[in-house]
Design a protein around this ligand. Structure first.
Ligand code: TYD
Length: 218
């Protein structure tokens, strides 16, 4: 089973990923947590290129680098894990590309769809949790997470985070469109209490597992 988490930076995905991993592990599932970009030696190098502030990357270059990182992770790690019936929890997948490079950077959505399908070998998540938050609230969270004072220097944020509030608003709008048009999306309010969110997520996972009849213990 492939479970993905999506949302703009600062939405609190990693907290929910950790809680879900703990829950599934305690219920006797083999669980593998991965995040994009990264996860293999080559993909981690691509991650550095993408996030370091010193590089000026074109939108197309950015798209292809995120996609190259994804292709490495899917082929080397995700597909073999799924074959062993490991539950894979992925912090970002190609919906991030659609939201950030498509809606955020303005690249052609049909082209993106083809590249996403190639990079992910046609893999589609069983369920996608989208944590929705306004860019303003997300930025406040990010500042407190990184202990950045309000009078911050731009270079304390990574290259993507330096894209501005307008960019993040477009990304959020893109995610909302994806959530509207894809049944696998579960739309959640990222400002809910983390434990309340966790319970909602578990409820969806339990019904998905019982629908797939992959487990009787959960
Ligand atoms: P990361 O530090 O992992 O952010 P987060 O904790 O919010 O997931 O940085 C990944 C950044 O890359 C983030 O700003 C989202 C962006 N991104 C894209 O623009 N396109 C993509 O396809 C992916 C996977 C990530």
């Amino acid at each position: 089973m492939l479970i993905t988490f999506e949302g703009i930076d600062g939405a609190g995905k990693s907290t929910q990923v950790k809680k879900l991993k703990k829950y599934l592990t305690e219920n006797n599932h083999d669980v593998l947590v991965l995040r994009e970009p990264g996860g293999t030696i080559v993909a981690e190098k691509i991650r550095d290129l993408l996030l370091e502030n010193k590089h000026d990357i074109t939108p197309i270059g950015e798209l292809l680098l995120f996609s190259a990182s994804r292709a490495e992770l899917v082929q080397h790690t995700i597909l073999p894990a799924l074959e062993k019936r490991t539950v894979v929890i992925l912090d970002r997948f190609y919906d991030s590309t659609t939201a950030y490079q498509g809606y955020g950077r303005g690249l052609d959505l049909d082209v993106l769809q083809s590249i996403n399908a190639i990079a992910s070998s046609g893999l589609v998540p069983d369920i996608t949790f989208y944590l929705d938050i306004s860019p303003e609230d997300a930025l406040i969270r990010k500042f407190s997470e990184k202990s950045i004072p309000l009078a911050f220097e731009e270079n304390e944020l990574d290259r993507m985070e330096n894209s501005g509030l307008g960019f993040y608003q477009r990304v959020r709008d893109g995610y909302m469109k994806l959530a509207e048009h894809n049944d696998r999306f579960v739309l959640l309010n990222a400002c809910d209490d983390p434990q309340v969110l966790h319970h909602k997520i578990v409820k969806h996972i339990v019904s998905l597992f019982s629908a797939n009849r992959t487990s009787t213990e959960i």
